[in-house]
Design a protein around this ligand. Structure first.
Ligand code: UT7
Length: 334
């Protein structure tokens, strides 16, 4: 008979974040896309965002977020046996960002891999990390969401230039005596996979003698908006039901930071009452894709330390189209 370690639950032990120092207000974006500060604020809630310096890489940002998460968990890299990096903007197809990261952080023997689930990547990673810990495959897992979206965004594209930004967020997931991470509700709507996509392909870019443009992210904003509000809200409700938690039992709602109007409509669809704190980090951070949920979690806990240990609903969604969410207990005060 195969022996498996069972009886262990999982929890988020800590969260860390990193944002580049350069603050970019709407006024710096608008001229190239014939827009206004007012339009961007009204349609998305975004007031400003952070852009990485040209020589600041995905790895630099991931490393900084991981170091903060490790120190807050009072662990060192020697305690980490698994690293999952969620990103769509690491500029190497292979080897992975995760293996480069473990070499930098000083444990080049850890299990390490990247996942490509776009803006849902962090919640995909949390789900896997939780299951790895509960099954005994891993003891302590670093889950990192990191993006340098400015490398893959056309500053002249009216549909994306004002939305995307850069940053990194990380959590340590480890063993627990009580269940602190609920089942992951995840899935795809792959028939709509061209609603957000990077184009052209690397092959087309390389082979085209006319010099077609660099692969950038493109999106059909309205289609994504409708899908997020109606389909992803239902997935979030299923994540609550799977965890046996009612909306009024939540302390916080931390969805992917894509648009304040989506966040507010989703909260209504799910039936989240006014007593629940809703993360709106998008206002000052923009949309950082895989980094947006851990960054929003980190900044919420800095603003509202009373939320440490509270119950939060996480839900990520994006290119694929893919989604994932779960109810978690927020990490304790470091
Ligand atoms: O993280 C990945 C997931 N992505 C998302 O969740 C994005 C979801 N979608 C959105 O957040 C919204 O669709 C956007 C913020 C991208 C766009 O907002 P919208 O309310 O859907 O705008 P729209 O495309 O319906 O355009 C409305 C109007 C149009 O003008 P008319 O036809 O009403 O005169 C557009 O031409 O706004 C105009 N418009 C703009 N105006 C100023 C479109 N883009 C811009 C712009 N600046 N950048």
């Amino acid at each position: 008979m195969i022996h498996v370690r069972t009886g262990t639950h999982s929890r988020i032990m800590s969260v860390g974040g990193y944002q580049p120092s350069r603050v970019v207000p709407n006024s710096e974006i608008v001229d190239r896309i014939d827009s206004t500060d007012e339009w961007i604020r009204q349609r998305t809630g975004i007031e400003e965002r952070r852009f990485a310096a040209p020589d600041e890489s995905v790895l630099d940002m991931a490393e900084a977020a991981c170091k903060q998460a490790l120190s807050r968990a009072k662990l060192t890299m020697a305690d980490i046996d698994t690293v999952i990096v969620a990103t769509i903007t690491y500029p190497f197809q292979a080897p992975s960002a995760a293996t480069a990261l473990i070499a930098r952080l000083g444990n080049p023997k850890a299990a390490a891999f990247d996942i490509n689930a776009a803006c849902a990547g962090f919640c995909y990673g949390v789900g896997m990390a939780s299951d790895f810990v509960r099954s005994g495959t891993s003891k302590h897992v670093l889950v990192v969401g990191v993006e340098k979206l400015t490398d893959f965004t056309d500053p002249d594209d009216r549909a994306t230039a004002f939305i995307f930004a850069d940053g990194a967020g990380a959590v340590v997931i480890g063993p627990s005596e009580t269940p602190q991470i609920g089942p992951t509700e995840w899935g795809s709507d792959a028939d709509s996979r061209d609603a957000i996509l990077m184009e052209p392909s690397w092959n087309e870019f390389r082979n085209d003698a006319q010099g077609i443009s660099w692969p950038n992210i493109a999106q059909q904003g309205q289609a994504v908006f409708r899908w997020a509000v109606y389909s992803v809200s239902k997935a979030a409700s299923r994540a609550l039901a799977a965890a046996g938690v009612r909306p009024d039992q939540l302390d916080a709602f931390i969805p992917h930071q894509a648009n304040v109007r989506i966040i507010e409509t989703m909260a209504k669809e799910i039936g989240i009452p006014d007593s629940v704190v809703i993360a709106q980090d998008i206002r000052t951070s923009g949309n950082t894709s895989a980094a947006s949920i851990p960054l929003a979690m980190a900044s919420l806990l800095e603003e509202r330390p009373d939320l440490h240990g509270g119950l939060a609903l996480l839900i990520g969604y994006g290119a694929g189209l893919v989604y994932a969410g779960q109810v978690v207990q927020l990490p304790p005060k470091p």
